[in-house]
Structures are given as structure tokens and as C-alpha cells.
Design a binder for this molecule. Structure first.
Ligand code: C5P
Length: 322
């Protein structure tokens, strides 16, 4: 297996300015997946406020599409059902990605970034991170900066803990604050049902609640579960269901107690496992196969315990230039 540094962003990036005879590409679109954490083991808080993690990411086939084109100034727009909830200012990770890449190459970040949003907003599925990774890859292609994979991954890590995984996709173990990745083998397809909640949860608030709930507790160093890695490598949904875990789940449930009803509804509908996705509030249910996922999705929709329901399959590829 190649290291992430040796791999290239799949598909053909737009030609560089030079290859095009100094005529810049008009626009570039990049598709980036959502993620679910099948293991999220949290260690103690570090002096910098972050927590050491053993974080097993799995990309799922819900995607945002990020299109960049030259503009007078940096501008972000967003379309899609949850578009109104997406910040369109400098805090948007897509804006930060464009700015950091431009700074590194002595360019101005005059670009229009349009986000076609399908990943739930503040849902624990790395939607914001996906937009950061997508804008970075898209601007690199638009500007012909030809950053190496290592340089792109370094910028991703600077932007946020989950952004590197959004770039690489597939399945990976993230250690450190989650940004130091090792690619994992996946031996089959996993079928998921995602139950979206009526409101979001703030990731810092969930980690803070984790700290509050664990005050005075000696937290062991987080390590990846071998049973879980074996289940992934075999493509064994039942074994994966037995091994999934999320240390942030009690904190998410403490801040959003109604999620317990969603979890119960999915399990009653026959899900192999149900867990909070990342810092929540989206709940991920693992199904046996596509037909099972459809049944669970229908039962969840009818249960009235969530805002909306989606089915998805993993693993999915990372950022791809369309
Ligand atoms: O890195 P990112 O910006 O996604 O992190 C958002 C917040 O989540 C951080 O400010 C921090 O409060 C919390 N976090 C953490 N430990 C991690 C990752 C995130 O405490 N490993």
C-alpha cells in the first residue's frame, strides 16, 4: 500500500497555467465525501486543549461538491437544503483553505467558492472539513500551484483535525488529534443509515462535556481496537457492529438527550449497531445489506425521532476533481 504522500488526488486535475499556455482554467469542481467514525477513542486533554485520539474514519458516499472560479475577491456561496446554516464568512473552512494556499504561493485568494451541500451541517460527519479539503484541491488545480500531496496534507492538518481524512477518503486510523493518518484495508462494502437531528451540536462543546463527565477519571492512552480493524479488513458487518465505539457518545447524549430515542428506534428497526457519528448529533446505524438499510431507513422516517434519514455506503473515495 502506498503512503498518502505518494498518492495523487484521483482523476485528472485541471492543467496547470503553463500547460495551457498561461490561460487559467475557468472553474474547477471537486467532490468530497462525508465520514463516520467507527471508533472514536478519546484520551485526556492536552495542554493545547485538543485531545489525543484513536479515531477510525470511514468515508461514506454522501458528497459535497466545491466549485472554484476566478473572482474580484474571495467570496463563498452555498446551495442545498441546509445552505442557510453554512457560514459564508472568513470562518468557513473553504475560505480558510483558499487563503492559506494562496499565502503559501504568494497569490491573492480572489476566488469564488461555491459549495453544493449534501453533507449534513454541524452533524458530526465532517461536512465543513470536506469543504475545506475540496476548496484546497480545487484552488490548487485552478491556480496551477501543483502543491505536493504532503503540502496539501500539511495545510489540511492546519485547517482542522478531520480535514486530512476528507482529502484521502477510504478508511484510515487517525492519531494525534486525528490528523495523523494511516490508511486501513477494507474488505467489503458497509451499508449505513444516517438519522439527522433537528439541530446541530458544536464539536468543542461536546469535547468540553466529555471533560466534565470524566473529571477526576484517569483516562488511558487511546489505542485502535484490533477487533475493529480485523472486521474492517474482512468486510464483516456483524463483527464491525460488535466493535464500533464512540467515547463522545455519552457527552453528545448528555447535551442532546432526545438522541437516545433515535438510537432506540434504529435498533428496534433491526440495525446491527447504532452510534453517534463523531461529535454528533447525526446517528449512524449499520445495516446487514442494502435491503436492510432501506427497511431501517423507512422505520426511522416513520418513527418521528429525527429530522431526515439517508442511506449511504462505505468506503467512498476521497477528494476527486470532476
Ligand atoms: O480540529 P477541529 O477544528 O475540527 O476541532 C474542533 C474542536 O474540537 C477543537 O477546537 C477542540 O475543542 C475539539 N477537539 C479536541 N480534540 C481533538 C479534535 C477536536 O478537543 N482531537
Amino acid at each position: 500500500m502506498k503512503s498518502y504522500e505518494e498518492q495523487r488526488v484521483p482523476s485528472a486535475p485541471a492543467p496547470s497555467f503553463r500547460e495551457q499556455g498561461d490561460v487559467p482554467a475557468m472553474s474547477v469542481t471537486v467532490r468530497v465525501p462525508a465520514k463516520v467514525n467507527v471508533q472514536l477513542t478519546v484520551g485526556g486533554a492536552r495542554p493545547d486543549g485538543f485531545h489525543e485520539l484513536a479515531n477510525v474514519f470511514l468515508a461514506v458516499d454522501l458528497f459535497d461538491e466545491i466549485t472554484v472560479s476566478s473572482a474580484e475577491e474571495l467570496r463563498i456561496t452555498c446551495s442545498g437544503r441546509d445552505a442557510a446554516e453554512v457560514p459564508l464568512d472568513h470562518t468557513n473552512l473553504a475560505a480558510r483553505a483558499a487563503r492559506v494556499l494562496a499565502e503559501r504561493h504568494g497569490l491573492t485568494s480572489n476566488v469564488h467558492v461555491h459549495i453544493a451541500k449534501d453533507i449534513p451541517v454541524t452533524g458530526g460527519m465532517a461536512g465543513g472539513s470536506a469543504d475545506g479539503a475540496g476548496a484546497l484541491v480545487a484552488c490548487d488545480a485552478l491556480w496551477g500551484t501543483q502543491a505536493s500531496r504532503r503540502q496539501l496534507l500539511d495545510i489540511c492538518a492546519e485547517l482542522g483535525s478531520d480535514v486530512s481524512f476528507s482529502l484521502v477518503g477510504g478508511a484510515a486510523l487517525g492519531i494525534g488529534r486525528g490528523e495523523r493518518l494511516t490508511e486501513l484495508e477494507v474488505g467489503g462494502r458497509f451499508h449505513w443509515v444516517f438519522a439527522m437531528a433537528g439541530r446541530g451540536l458544536s464539536t468543542p462543546a461536546v469535547f468540553k462535556e466529555f471533560d466534565r463527565l470524566n473529571e477526576g477519571v484517569r483516562i488511558p492512552e487511546p489505542v485502535a481496537s484490533q477487533d475493529l480493524l480485523d472486521a474492517l479488513a474482512k468486510g464483516d458487518a456483524k463483527a464491525l457492529a460488535a466493535a464500533v465505539c464512540n467515547d463522545l457518545q455519552p457527552a453528545a447524549l448528555s447535551l442532546f438527550p432526545e438522541l437516545a430515542r433515535t438510537l432506540a428506534a434504529g435498533k428496534a428497526a433491526g440495525a446491527l449497531a447504532g452510534l453517534v457519528s463523531g461529535s454528533g448529533p447525526t446517528i449512524a446505524f449499520l445495516a446487514r445489506d442494502a435491503a436492510d438499510a432501506k427497511e431501517i431507513a423507512e422505520a426511522l422516517s416513520a418513527s418521528g425521532t429525527c429530522r431526515s434519514v439517508r442511506t449511504a455506503v462505505s468506503p467512498a473515495v476521497g477528494a476527486v476533481v470532476l
